[in-house]
Design a protein around this ligand. Structure first.
Ligand code: C2E
Ligand code: MG
Ligand code: MG
Ligand code: MG
Length: 278
């Protein structure tokens, strides 16, 4: 009886697995096609000063528009790109596209506008990353002081010294660095201190709980206090309600990003939105 059950389960499991594998291969083919057919695009979400509401910049967020009009979120296909060698070409495309848009916004008069770009750990560790960054800045003629890279804690795992060195190299180019999704990964407080970044992003999961009475209110507060301790600017992501903005301000958080201020918007829409803010 037990044996039959076991075998039944094993079969079921391997069938599931192959279905998942088939789905993965299909999606990967689709992603390659989408990339070459320019079906990937960037959406821009405002980052604001929490006190004045003034727009400080935007985060560039990758989108995949499928033929049937669906939009696949990055969480679904970035891991796939990671496993397939597409990380570097897609990452470079993101870098150059965001830089071109930054140049355009600067030409329109937004001369202090900051463009934040997400960089995956694989892309960051690539030996060609810093040179590619330099080329993008040079070719697009952007001010490096208007660029920011968002890294997650995972970049540092097992590579703390080389990561620290690379971050400092990037900061010497005039580009700032933010620690994204802080508190959701595995790195310790001392790692954050050693990495020596400019900005600390308070993860959406901690902001979400503010106003409800969970532990996360405490975590958001701790992350913000840590930021102060290390002389970092803190920015909260996923701010949806006025009450969250108020609480975050009280905790000493300086900047925010979230639906309360603006959703991620395609380039043209973002440009119009930005013009209307003036
Ligand atoms: P992230 O860098 O933490 O980006 C913030 C995410 O929170 C975005 O999701 C954004 O749309 C979402 N968000 C912002 N405000 C709110 C809010 O008020 N409410 C809610 N519910 N959500 C909000 P998105 O665009 O789906 O991106 C997910 C993740 O994918 C990003 O998290 C980032 O880690 C990654 N990603 C996005 N673009 C790129 C890229 O170009 N390269 C790499 N390597 N990763 C990227
Ligand atoms: Mg980010
Ligand atoms: Mg984040
Ligand atoms: Mg996040």
């Amino acid at each position: 009886q037990a044996k039959v059950l076991k075998r039944g389960r094993a079969t079921l499991f391997s069938e599931d697995l192959s279905a998942a594998a088939r789905e993965r291969i299909r999606m990967l083919t689709d992603l390659r096609v989408a990339f070459s057919a320019e079906r990937l695009f960037l959406a821009y979400q405002p980052q604001v000063d929490l006190i004045s509401g003034k727009v400080l910049g935007a985060e560039a967020l990758l989108r995949w528009q499928t033929d049937d009009g669906r939009s696949i979120p990055p969480d679904k296909f970035i891991p796939l790109a990671e496993q397939s060698g597409l990380t570097v070409p897609i990452g470079e495309w993101v870098l150059r596209t965001a830089c071109r848009h930054l140049k355009r916004l600067t030409d329109l008069g937004h001369v202090t506008f900051r463009m934040a770009i997400n960089v995956s750990h694989t892309q960051f560790r690539e030996p060609g990353f810093v040179p590619a960054l330099g080329r993008a800045v040079h070719d697009c003629q952007v001010d490096p002081g208007q660029l920011e890279l968002e890294l997650t804690e995972s970049v540092a795992i097992g590579h703390i010294d080389s990561t620290t060195a690379k971050i400092q190299e990037i900061r010497r180019m005039g580009i700032s660095v933010a620690m994204d999704d802080f508190g959701t990964g595995y790195s310790s407080l001392s790692v954050l201190k050693q990495l020596n970044v400019d900005r600390l992003k308070v993860d959406r999961s901690f902001v979400k709980e503010i106003g409800e009475d969970g532990d996360a209110t405490g975590i958001a507060e701790l992350v913000i206090a840590l930021g102060h301790q290390l002389h970092l600017v803190t920015i909260a992501e996923g701010v949806e309600q006025e009450e969250q903005r108020r609480q975050l301000l009280k905790m000493g958080c300086q900047e925010g990003q979230g639906y309360l201020f603006g959703r991620p918007m395609p380039a043209k829409e973002f440009e119009a939105w930005l013009a209307a803010q003036r």
